[in-house]
Design a protein around this ligand. Structure first.
Ligand code: SF4
Length: 324
């Protein structure tokens, strides 16, 4: 194992079968894997953990059918639905990010395509927010045209989140209203404009380990600045509500996070939705691979408060990354 992992340290070159070996590692070998992964994390990311909060600026009523998503057109989940959150709510969250010196303020909008008027309206929100609290902003906002993306860049958006979610091969099982390749193309266009990219996925959708490896290799190709790894929370009312997630043991989740770190040693590896459930009590080990987490919940699921999240980091012996 050490030989395989040493490759990540030195060349960042990994074969598909070597990556599969990491996911298939016996649980009793996990401590050894974590030790080696920690050395890589320490080299590139030190001992710090960044914290983000997320505001859902537009919720529900999406035209798409992503099976895991409570905001999809097919979802019967009981969630708040609104076209645009009041600016005061966005500002309130921005103030929390600023006052706690969080790494960034992430902003999600449900939907896949937006009219120019909607983008202008949202760009005004961003411009005002930048003026009032000047936090580092990352947006999750479907597919943009080149002009729309430029408008958001000019308004002050620093980074855009666009996840691959799963492998190309499995994509048709979780969504049929848009394609994997459309996602990849959108990311390339955003990179051509100079945006930083946040690109990750979800484990537990019914995919195989090969799908996880394929997805992570595609993400490696994109080379995003941050990689959020989510673990499925089967939400009532969504198509995946009854999905069996019993294989998402803490050990398996840790191996996925370790593999993400090995394949993308210099990126932020973020443990996103599901960490409070699947990695509860194992956070110290999670931080051996992960240098970034969310506080205050996710788009349609609750989470841990900012204070408790900071305490979690320091109790685990890591440093809370303070943005200056
Ligand atoms: S993940 Fe995004 S595109 Fe897919 S249904 Fe949810 S809001 Fe729509």
């Amino acid at each position: 194992m050490s030989k395989i992992i040493q490759k990540s340290f030195e060349t960042e070159r990994f074969s598909h079968s070597e990556a599969m070996e990491i996911l298939n590692l016996p649980d009793e070998d996990l401590p050894e894997l974590l030790d080696i992964v920690y050395a890589i994390r320490k080299k590139y990311k030190g001992n710090t953990v960044g914290v983000q909060i997320l505001t859902n600026v537009r919720s529900g009523n999406c035209s798409q059918n992503c099976a895991y998503c409570a905001q999809s057109r097919d979802s019967e989940a009981n969630i708040d639905k609104y076209r645009l959150v009041p600016y005061e709510k966005l500002l309130h969250d921005g103030q929390i990010a600023r006052d706690n010196k969080l790494s960034r303020h992430c902003i999600g909008l449900s939907g896949i395509r937006f009219g120019d008027k909607e983008i202008s309206e949202f760009a005004d929100y961003v411009r005002n927010l930048k003026r009032e609290v000047d936090t580092y902003i990352c947006c999750s906002i479907g597919f943009l045209t080149l002009q729309q993306a430029q408008k958001l860049k000019d308004a002050g958006v620093n980074r855009i989140n666009h996840n691959l979610n799963t492998s190309r091969n499995f994509y048709g099982k979780i969504c049929t209203t848009h394609t994997y390749d459309e996602r990849v193309e959108n990311i390339k266009m955003l990179q051509s404009l100079g945006f930083e990219i946040c690109c990750g996925g979800i484990a537990g959708l019914g995919e195989s380990k090969t799908d996880i490896v394929d997805m992570l290799f595609d993400i490696k190709e994109i080379n995003p600045q941050s990689v959020p790894i989510n673990f499925l929370l089967p939400l009532k009312g969504t198509a995946l509500a009854d999905t069996d997630v019993s294989h998402l043991s803490a050990e398996y989740c840790l191996k996925i996070l370790c593999l993400a770190r090995l394949l993308l040693p210099k990126s932020d590896i973020r443990c996103a939705a599901g960490r409070e459930v699947y990695l509860k009590g194992k956070e110290k080990w999670m931080f051996y691979a992960v240098d970034s987490i969310f506080a205050s919940g996710y788009l349609t699921a609750g989470g841990q408060s900012v204070e408790d999240t900071i305490k979690l980091i320091t109790d685990a012996g890591f440093q809370y990354k303070i943005e200056s």
